[in-house]
Design a binder for this molecule. Structure first.
Ligand SMILES: CC(C)(COP(=O)(O)OP(=O)(O)OC[C@H]1O[C@@H](n2cnc3c(N)ncnc32)[C@H](O)[C@@H]1OP(=O)(O)O)[C@@H](O)C(=O)NCCC(=O)NCCSC(=O)/C(=C/c1ccccc1)CC(=O)O
Length: 256
């Protein structure tokens, strides 16, 4: 399978599984990913996802340039029907953690930018190299990178296609943690299980407030987050969370 899915303890582990091609995305991988994200979004047992690449060399190097099929219809038809094929499938309020285990290049970095948390191994490298192959970081790269790192760094990366190291990515805030390659999967699991142990509706509302609020004026964002707090106020899980605190026990959340 070009992409694998394993679900354990409410965590979906999604692995791009073409290490011989640096986990680049061929048409089968893109189709698999669409199905997997649909499952993650709708399966109530799944509370959080971890996305990584097989092997220790590469997270994902974007489009498989050797297998990219010639277009079968005009761009207008595709664009007006489904926009672009990858990122809308990742749009959900369940958090996605990118565990970047090597190269995150081109569409690979763009996918990582669409995740909510990014952690990396010390050998990871990050680049939007599309200009080098006469293309454009058109998934989200030209928009998301300048919002994720300082403008001067983003413009250097976008215009020259130069890659940055894991250490630089940490310094610029593109990733939150850098660990030895052998420790990456454990760290991803630790974060994912922490998220999965929290109340699912609370986690999803928190993501929604943070993601949507980022593009609102502060005052609107605060009002919106207060409304979301109100939506959560009457949930069974909030009652359970408060009760469990008083009884000094671990809460049992049901997503209700
Ligand atoms: C990442 C590298 C610098 C690593 O170099 P290294 O020397 O360590 O390893 P290689 O020998 O180069 O790689 C091993 C093996 O993997 C194959 N490989 C690697 N990446 C790709 C790829 N993207 N497509 C196909 N095959 C790939 C490589 O050919 C080797 O195979 P072998 O010869 O052994 O059979 C280096 O690999 C590298 O620079 N890779 C390319 C990175 C890149 O340019 N990525 C951007 C692709 S374009 C893109 O992602 C786009 C996304 C998009 C935008 C908008 C809308 C949709 C998609 C743009 C687009 O599609 O137009």
């Amino acid at each position: 399978m070009p992409v694998t899915l394993e679900v354990k303890n409410h965590v979906a582990y999604v692995t791009l599984n073409r290490p011989e091609a640096m986990n680049s995305l061929d048409p089968e991988s893109i189709a698999d990913l669409a199905e997997i994200w649909a499952r993650v979004r709708t399966d109530p047992d799944i509370r959080v996802a971890v996305l990584t690449g097989a092997g220790e060399k590469s997270f994902c190097t974007g489009t498989d340039m050797k297998k990219a099929p010639p277009p079968t219809e005009c761009m207008a038809a595709t664009y007006l029907r489904e926009g672009q094929p990858l990122l809308p499938h990742m749009k959900m309020w369940k958090p996605i953690i990118a565990a970047i285990n090597g190269y995150a290049v081109g569409g690979g970095l763009e996918i990582a930018l669409a995740c909510d948390m990014r952690i990396a191994s010390s050998n990871a490298k990050f680049g939007l190299t599309e200009v080098k192959v006469a293309s454009l970081a058109g998934l989200n790269g030209t928009q998301a990178l300048p919002r994720a790192v300082p403008q001067a760094v983003a413009m250097k990366m976008l215009l020259t296609g130069e890659m940055i190291s894991a250490e630089e990515a940490l310094r610029y805030g593109l990733v939150s943690d850098v660990v030895e390659p052998s420790a990456l999967a454990d760290l991803a699991r630790t974060y994912a299980e922490k998220i999965a142990s929290a109340a699912p509706l609370s986690v999803q509302a928190t993501k929604q407030a943070a993601v949507l609020g980022k593009d609102m004026p502060l005052e609107h964002g605060i009002l919106y987050s207060h409304l979301l707090w109100g939506v959560l106020r009457d949930t069974e899980d909030r009652k359970e969370g408060f009760k469990a605190f008083g009884e000094r026990r671990t809460p049992e959340f049901r997503g209700a």
